[in-house]
Design a protein around this ligand. Structure first.
Ligand code: F6P
Length: 373
């Protein structure tokens, strides 16, 4: 791992002109525009390069002519505080097995590689989670593209970085939801179940549950029983606590180990429904009234938190610096209050789940929060 310093920034030959591309890939999240803005500022103002924003992830490079816009600091400035991605994105359509209208799949990698060259790019910054980074790296290797990655995902499951763009905002939104549910739960003597996103990692549930003062947090990394949940609710009732707040991560399985999905498709199954399953089970077994809130995409939208803007900005500047030094196939990461970089290969290989014996799990347990077994 190499730490990047501001000092190094000025040691790069500023006479070398470049045209770089930037794209966002995978699910959107808050803070993407802040990262794009930082890349544009840094590339244009520090190095005098041109930045092309590629539309709809790799699909913009597949289109003919390629779909890209020239990004300038004055154009991008107002986007700092906005959610979503000004470039558009997609979490479907793996270019190596691209779904065609007739139902067949087609390898369209070469079209994307050609699109990069048609735009005359010297390098490409890809902002994505582990899945997108893996696809972009494969394209880069096949086509000799100069790729630098920036990690983003509300799931925070890219293991090499302490945080990815979007996670902090998602946790803030989920925490606010727990805060709000507490009042209505207490008013009606109810069990309030909040289902949050995160795919197979329980980071959002764990962080928002602790920060919001939940009584029960269920994450995919820790098994549970319905009896354990019911006992926790009954204990609270016996202590005169008339309500209970339960935060559950979307990938938590049923007591019998079945995945709860809205729709299963070969590309990406849509998780959802565990909150309602728990509600039914609890109400069948004990005298309690439960209500379910599925927070959904509210966690991804809206204004980025100050931390997401900060990390996104630092990542954007560092990504440009890597290109200036021609250090490709790297992804920028956040570690110990510094931006550093590691090979993209390491970022893809290191998946981060919640450690059931880590600081947060221990903190939750000591605070009397039921986590399952
Ligand atoms: O990976 C980010 C994420 O928001 C997950 O937490 C969630 O399961 C999924 O994307 C939702 O995807 P979609 O936007 O396709 O519904």
């Amino acid at each position: 791992m190499t730490e990047l310093s501001t000092q190094d920034l000025w040691n790069v030959d500023i006479m070398g002109q470049k045209r770089i591309g930037i794209l966002t890939s995978g699910g959107d999240c808050a803070g993407l525009n802040a990262a794009i803005r930082a890349v544009v500022h840094s590339a244009v103002n520090t190095y005098g390069w041109e930045v092309l924003g590629i539309r709809q992830a790799t699909q913009g490079l597949m289109a003919r002519p390629p779909e890209a816009v020239l990004l300038t600091p004055d154009k991008i400035n107002p986007y700092l505080t906005t959610g979503g991605t000004m470039l558009g994105t997609t979490n479907k359509g793996n270019p190596f097995a691209f779904p065609m209208p007739d139902g067949s799949v087609c390898d369209r990698a070469e079209e994307i590689i050609e699109g990069y060259h048609l735009l005359g790019l010297n390098a490409l910054i890809g902002i994505g989670g582990d899945g997108s980074l893996a696809i972009l790296r494969r394209l880069a290797q096949q086509g000799g593209l100069n790729l630098v990655g920036i990690p983003k995902t509300i799931d925070n499951d890219v293991g090499v970085t302490e945080c990815s763009i979007g996670f902090d905002t998602a946790v803030s939104v989920a925490t606010e939801a727990v805060d709000r549910l507490q009042f209505t739960a207490a008013s009606h003597n109810r069990v309030m179940i909040l289902e949050v996103m995160g795919r197979d990692a329980g980071h959002i549930a764990m962080c928002a549950g602790i920060a919001g003062g939940a009584d029960i947090i269920l994450i995919p990394e820790i098994p549970y029983t319905i009896d354990g949940i019911c006992q926790t609710i009954k204990n609270r009732q016996q202590q005169g606590k008339n309500y209970c707040l339960l935060v559950v991560a979307e990938a938590v399985r049923t007591e019998h180990g079945d995945r709860v999905v809205i729709k299963d498709n070969p590309e990406q199954c849509r998780l959802g429904g565990i909150g309602h399953y728990l509600s039914e089970q609890i109400c069948q077994r004990i005298n309690a009234e439960a209500r379910v809130t599925v927070l959904g995409h509210i966690q991804r939208g809206g204004m980025p938190s100050h931390l997401d803007r900060l990390i996104a900005t630092a990542f954007g500047v560092a990504a440009v610096e890597l290109i200036a030094k021609e250090r490709y196939d790297q992804v920028v990461i956040w570690q110990n209050r510094h931006v550093a970089s590691v090979p993209i290969e390491d970022a893809i290989a290191n998946y981060s789940a919640v450690n059931p014996h880590g600081t947060l799990a221990t903190t939750a347990q000591r605070m009397g929060i039921f986590l399952g077994s």
